[in-house]
Structure formats: C-alpha cells, structure tokens
Design a protein around this ligand. Structure first.
Ligand SMILES: [Zn+2]
Length: 106
C-alpha cells in the first residue's frame, strides 16, 4: 500500500509514516485521521472480540452482531472521551472483526 506521509495528526503531531513504523496510533484522534490506514494495516494489537455462541438462525446472529457493534461504538466513544486510547484501540479491533463477519455473511 502506498503511504501518504504528508498526513499529520493535528492532535498529537504523528505522521502516517511514524504510525506505520510504530505499528500504533499516537492518540484517539489518529483513529479519525488515519482510519483508512489503521483499518487496513494495523492488526497487531489483540482485541477482546466477544465470540457469539452457536445460534441456529443466521439472522439472529447477525442481529446480535449488529447490536454488539453499536454497543462497542458507544464504548469506543466513551473510551476516547476518557482518553483511554489502549481501550479505544482494542474496541476498534473488535469493531473491525464484527464488520468483517457481517460482510462475509452477505
Ligand atoms: Zn494523534
């Protein structure tokens, strides 16, 4: 992937190149600024993805994933508000997994 190294986070001053080298964003704002890059490339930090149990109906599972997704979105906002970037990053990873799961079933 081509990196646009001219992008700089206005909050912490990290460049995309630095984030690429560190393999992690500098602050919660980086998630917004570099969201495309982070979603595609930063898979190193382990999230706490909650495994959904075996549910007979796929539709039910999708609904469950969707509600989990919105719950995590709220958690993410809360984590960013509290400046808990470690938590925010983990939640972001969980959100990504759910998005993948949801789109795989389409
Ligand atoms: Zn930043």
């Amino acid at each position: 992937m081509k990196l646009d190294i001219s992008i700089v986070c206005p909050n912490c001053g990290k460049t995309l190149e630095e984030i690429h080298n560190d393999r992690r964003p500098g602050c919660a704002f980086c998630y917004t600024v570099f969201s495309n890059y982070i979603e595609k490339n930063l898979n190193l930090v382990h999230g706490s993805f909650i495994h959904v149990g075996m549910i007979p109906k796929i539709r039910d599972e999708r609904e469950k994933l969707k509600s989990e997704y919105f719950r995590l979105k709220k958690d993410l906002r809360e984590a960013i508000r509290k400046e808990d970037y470690e938590a925010a990053y983990g939640i972001d990873e969980d959100l990504k997994l759910i998005r993948e799961k949801l789109s795989a079933e389409d």
